[in-house]
Write a protein that binds this ligand. Sequence first.
Ligand code: ADP
Ligand code: MG
Length: 305
Amino acid sequence: MAEFSIIDTYFNRKNLHSVDLGVGDDSALLTPPPHQQLVICADTLVAGRHFPLDTDPYAIGWKSVAVNLSDIAAMGATPHSILLALSLPQIDHDWLKAFSQGLYDCCDQFGVSLIGGDTTQSPHLTLSVTALGWVDQGQAIKRSSAQVGDLVVVSGTVGDAAFGLKHLGHPLQKRLDYPTPRCELGQMLKGLAHSMIDVSDGLAQDLGHILKASHVGAVINLDALPVSEALKALPESEQYSLALAGGDDYELCFSISEHNYKKLLDKKPNVNTTIIGQICAENTLKFQKDGLDHPLHFTGYQHFA
Ligand code: ADP
Ligand code: MG
């Protein structure tokens, strides 16, 4: 089957909404809504590196979209569409069917359209997704605007995906295979959070990016880390290591004034977020337990280690 037939069979569904021209021409066409900035990001998944070769193709499809929508969410933006660059070692219809189903299911859940891409043959299965979204002009939440005194807050629970990777078959493997981008929360934080990042390489490292970009430090309360029951049952050092250095969480970590955090809770009382610490002027990341310093040394996922 030729490249075009793969595209037509698996990647040319009707678009959900506002796309002027989608799959089928040399480029796609979109009309930006008035007073919005384009938000754009890309993420590549390589088989054998980012997921085992025998991973369920449906999950690969889901995750390849979800990790990008997480980056869009982390700017406080609304996701709109994706492009897919697909390099396949061979044509495997069962694989393509399940993969495209996972990809479209994630797209549908978050109101996103697949508007184009590229399909090639290569010895390694590689998927590169580019995501596009919109944010009100000047309202994107960057890493560089954390302020001294801000609360440090994280959504959901951290360390689940790393636990799932260690204990394949455990229910928490779902968190590894089917991350949930926090799109609604991200948009809700527009105008409220001062800085934000999505946690993909481990909370300590990713929070470190905010601190570095903002020229500030933080004190994190280890007792406050939101972790699942399965992690609570582990020895403390292992628990902290998974929660702070485990990758693939795709939760949002943000800094926000106390006043604005109250506003968020007023807007959405049951929002699933936890205060884990505070931004300070001293340029380091410190951990405390029972109010006392509790030094820990973590590095997150290193792509070129
Ligand atoms: P060109 O040769 O002009 O780059 P292609 O032949 O690569 O165009 O692609 C034809 C059309 O199919 C384009 O609109 C492109 O965006 C789309 N397309 C190609 N591969 C994919 C894919 N994997 N998913 C979605 N759209 C795709
Ligand atoms: Mg062309």
